[in-house]
Design a protein around this ligand. Structure first.
Ligand SMILES: C[S@@+](CC[C@H](N)C(=O)[O-])C[C@H]1O[C@@H](n2cnc3c(N)ncnc32)[C@H](O)[C@@H]1O
Length: 382
């Protein structure tokens, strides 16, 4: 684990060593800032259920295995697994069988806050007696699986359903060249691909293609024949990769300006800023499709772009202070750990304070413009 303030986001560094969403249940934790993802997931439940309807049901004596990849720490993953278990149970019942036993794997990078996640399970929150009593009517068994989904995580042909929501836009590393002053892909003055030059954008795109290809190779081996995969990630509607849409507004406007503030105020050097880049890439539908087709192992049952809405959930949209706080917390819950690792906790606090102030001063505009689009893919083995 890198110590705080080390320059850890160096070219080629595998982010999987320390990337995670903000853990715990505090104000800027992922657990407290993932209501927007919950709403977006809910709006796509019918698409998930359509995928589940296509899954082959094996004999009910064989446990049904479901995996959530990039589960993070919050209730979203638990809710989704419950939807899947209930839906598949109903399908068994509809054909006159008792449902099988279910095994649910919650998987994320090793630095994910699995402790908070497991404490959020409904059956585990109470007393020991309640816990033991719940054991008799638990509808599925659970296990945590630490590791990168860009590589193998499960035995061959062992998984019926893979689910992954709001994850595949996270790259395995900051692309080669993006933080190298001698490279044409150097992203001078910027901390994200949004608004970057062609070579930088090309390096991000190449990294996304390589990562998604690795993901598909691993799943093609792990999935049972007749199984299915439901994937949702940030996507963009523009053909130009340097226009990242909602992700561009999240990381390429107030967040970017806050880094520039730190440089202008002499709190960090411009080299330090240029040595940081957000490893996120929102692909276009076409880019996503090309990688799936090149892999060749999967049939595309569904592939579309869905309008997701805003990542900011605010109770008083006309209160600029609340909008500013929501924007800072939203950025911090997903990128705070990377920022802390790069400039240390104290400067990180300064940075997010500036994000908050800047967002507050442009609250209306932000609410109007900040909108996510998602790529939704339903894939089964060809
Ligand atoms: C925005 S969260 C999504 C959480 C959850 N699926 C939900 O719906 O709320 C993205 C998650 O992807 C995980 N992630 C990013 N890269 C990963 C990788 N290479 N392998 C496994 N998990 C990864 C992050 O650690 C994070 O927990």
């Amino acid at each position: 684990m890198a110590s705080k303030g080390d320059n850890v986001i160096v070219p080629g560094t595998k982010l999987e060593k320390f990337l995670c969403m903000k853990g715990g249940r505090g104000e800027s934790s992922y657990a407290s800032n993932s209501q927007a993802q919950a709403l977006h997931a809910r709006s796509m439940l019918h698409l998930l259920e359509e995928t589940l309807d296509g899954v082959k049901l094996n004999s009910p004596e064989i446990p049904f295995v479901v995996v959530d990849l990039g589960c993070s720490s919050g209730t979203n993953t638990i809710n989704i697994i419950e939807v899947i278990v209930k839906h598949i149970s109903k399908r068994y019942e509809a054909v006159g069988y008792e449902p099988p036993e279910f095994l649910a794997f919650f998987s994320d990078l090793p630095s994910n806050d699995f402790n908070t996640l497991f404490q959020l399970f409904p059956n585990y929150g109470g007393s020991m007696e309640e816990c033991l009593a719940a054991d008799s009517h638990r509808s599925y068994f659970v296990a945590g699986v630490p590791g990168s989904f860009y590589r193998r995580l499960f035995p061959s042909r062992s998984v019926d359903v893979f689910h992954s929501a709001f994850c595949l836009h996270w790259l395995s590393q900051v692309p080669e060249g993006v933080m190298d002053r001698r490279s044409t892909a150097f992203n001078r003055g910027r901390v994200f691909i949004h608004g970057a030059g062609e070579a930088t954008a090309g390096a991000y795109k190449k990294q996304f293609q390589a990562d998604l290809a690795g993901f598909l190779r691993a799943r093609a081996t792990e999935m049972k024949r007749g199984g299915s995969m439901f994937l949702v990630c940030l996507g963009r509607t523009s053909v130009d990769p340097s226009d990242q849409g909602g992700a561009g507004i999240l990381f390429g406007t107030h967040f970017q300006d806050a880094w520039d503030d730190l440089v202008q105020e002499g709190l960090i050097s411009d080299e330090k800023r240029d040595a940081f880049n957000i490893p996120v890439y929102a692909p276009s539908l076409q880019e996503f499709k090309e990688v799936v087709e090149a892999n060749g192992s999967f049939t595309i049952d569904r592939l579309q772009v869905v309008k997701g809405g805003s990542p900011l959930v605010v109770s008083h949209p006309d209160d600029p202070a609340e909008v500013g706080r929501a924007m800072a917390n939203s950025c911090k819950s997903v990128a705070g750990v990377l920022v802390d690792a790069h400039i240390g906790d104290r400067l990180s606090q300064e940075l997010f304070l500036r994000v908050e102030r800047r967002a507050e001063s442009r609250a209306n505009e932000l609410l109007e413009q900040l909108e996510f689009f998602h790529i939704v893919a339903s894939l089964s083995l060809a």
